[in-house]
Design a protein around this ligand. Structure first.
Ligand SMILES: NC(=O)c1ccc[n+]([C@@H]2O[C@H](COP(=O)([O-])OP(=O)(O)OC[C@H]3O[C@@H](n4cnc5c(N)ncnc54)[C@H](O)[C@@H]3O)[C@@H](O)[C@H]2O)c1
Length: 267
């Protein structure tokens, strides 16, 4: 049983993963600027900003792991991205370091959004951000290197692909990440070695184009597969059969993000 601080706990990932981590026996501290709907009576709820150094240090004290999810989760202006995503990554790392805690940072596929899907390779492709949002996740990964090298911290940056209850787009037949598998990333981060491990936050999708090996190196073994949902997906897309769902081919990993106006509102 571990004590885990989750920032951005009221968001879509926090809401879905909180019950799973609680059921696994972990003690949870849920920090957000809005009340997390998935909080339970035994959870500590902290209404504070992840950019607030003092609040984050108090929240991280005595934890085994900080799961840093608080962020704009789509494209925003440069100023918005820097003020929340970049700033909170630094604050979360400082708080985890001073607490002696490991940290899991929510990076994103958009850190490497311009990598062609069929060129993602067996390891981790280098960063090729598709937006200011993706750039902020490159910063998260680079700060991870800085803090691991300077302070000997245990850090995981998960390049989350497409989180959801099931795949809802043709692309997410390859990129889907289930809540149960994200909970497995969290469990792996609890025991990750010293260093900054960059792993794909993706389920064991038959059609994935990215490698599970970087995750396996820290003990992350996903169990879910988008193929279990292809009939529902085909129906949702108005297609007669899963065979009609178009493959990602050489499309950029970042999907539609590569065509968003830079700094404009994301989806
Ligand atoms: N959902 C995905 O498919 C996906 C994919 C790649 C990466 N990610 C990353 O995973 C993380 C969580 O994603 P999500 O989909 O749950 O996002 P979300 O937008 O649903 O939730 C973000 C949460 O952060 C909170 N927040 C905003 N500003 C805050 C602040 N100053 N202090 C504390 N909390 C604050 C919001 O209130 C919200 O509850 C994000 O970092 C996102 O970039 C998500």
């Amino acid at each position: 049983m571990a004590t885990i601080l989750i920032t951005g706990a009221a968001g879509s990932i926090g809401t879905a993963v909180t019950p799973l981590l609680r059921a696994a026996g972990h003690r949870l501290r849920l920090l957000d600027v809005t009340p997390p709907s998935a909080s339970g009576p035994a959870d500590e709820v902290l209404l504070a900003s992840a950019t607030d150094d003092a609040a984050m240090h108090a929240a991280a004290a005595g934890t085994d792991l900080v799961v840093h999810l608080a962020s704009h989760a789509a494209e925003r202006t440069w100023r918005q991205i820097v003020d929340l995503n970049v700033e909170s990554a630094r604050v979360a790392l400082d708080a985890a370091r001073d607490a002696g805690s490991a940290i899991l940072l929510a990076s994103s596929v958009h850190a490497a959004g311009f990598v062609p899907s069929d060129e993602a390779g067996d390891g981790m492709p280098r960063a090729r951000p598709d937006t200011y949002y993706g750039f902020s996740k490159v910063v998260s990964e680079a700060l991870g290197d800085l803090y691991a090298d300077r302070f000997g911290m245990r850090i995981v940056n998960a390049r989350i692909m497409t989180f959801g209850d099931r795949p809802h787009t043709a692309r997410s037949r390859s990129t889907w990440l289930s809540a149960a598998d994200f909970a497995r990333v969290v469990e792996a981060a609890l025991t990750a070695p010293v260093g900054n491990a960059i792993v794909w936050g993706v389920s064991a999708n038959t059609r994935r184009t990215v490698s599970l090996e970087p995750g396996r190196a820290i003990g992350y073994e996903p169990q879910d597969d988008a193929e279990a949902h292809v009939h529902a997906l085909a129906a949702e897309l108005g297609l007669a059969s899963p065979d009609d769902i178009p493959p990602v081919g050489s499309d950029p990993l970042g999907g539609i993000f590569v065509d968003l106006p830079l700094g404009g509102p994301g989806p």
